[in-house]
Design a protein around this ligand. Sequence first.
Ligand code: HEC
Ligand code: HEC
Length: 221
Amino acid sequence: MKSYRLLAMLLAGLCLGMPLQAGAQAARARSTAGVDLQARLKEVERDPKLLEAALKTGRAVAGVCDYCHGVGGNSPTPDVPNLASQIPVYNLEQLRQYAAGERKDTFMEGMIKVMNADEKVGMVLFYARQKVATKPPGNPILVAKGKDLYKKACQSCHGESGHGDDELARIAGQQPVYLNRALKRYRTGTGVRLDAAMAKSIKPMSDADIDALVAYMMSME
Ligand code: HEC
Ligand code: HEC
């Protein structure tokens, strides 16, 4: 992954149409500062004209993200998350967390600095409208164990389908290495990714339980 991060960064600079000087980056970051992204999302969703423009912007932004997240947000690699069908409110909240240093990933933190508010809103709306590709079935024993654990510990929030809701993340069909890493980050609570509800649910789970949960979640359509 790391080896192509620089290339992706350059691509990002070119495709988002901004010069790579630090000054220009700072100006773009300022144009996002103070914008309530969730309020802007609601405003855009309510107005068909704004929505059409946002989807166009989102598609253009996605051209940069495709490099890692895959065409239409279906990631080609198991350690990079799908963005296809992801819940807009959740995705925007993750962008806020990266920007605020509450969720840590050096590359994504940098990537977000070069996006303005409407590019962020357009991107989440565009990806929400893309379909998640079906995965080949996993090991049936592991999937059955994962289903059982999911019903007991996860379904109350994430729902039977795992498709998410107005705010909660979609987890169905998500990439396995990414899921495994995310769950362990919540469990260890070192600050790379923190969430009280998730920490409480995942603390009792062993590594083997997490393997089973991941096998089940990636097999959910
Ligand atoms: C160089 C590869 C790369 C590129 C290019 C890239 N990303 Fe990412 N992205 C990642 C990785 C890896 C993660 C997972 C990081 C983590 O575990 O926190 C991620 C995570 C995310 C997440 C969080 C997803 C979730 O389910 O919580 C969002 C949202 C996101 N990226 C949006 C974007 C957008 C928008 C772009 C384009 C403007 C983009 N990314 C470009 C590699 C990339
Ligand atoms: C009390 C509600 C609740 C329960 C129970 C719960 N979750 Fe979550 N889950 C959340 C919330 C809220 C988030 C978003 C947290 C954040 O912003 O990082 C989340 C995020 C996640 C993510 C990250 C999604 C992504 O794209 O990165 C995964 C994976 C996940 N949950 C899996 C599980 C599993 C597996 C269980 C059961 C062991 C579980 N959750 C139980 C509320 C819950």
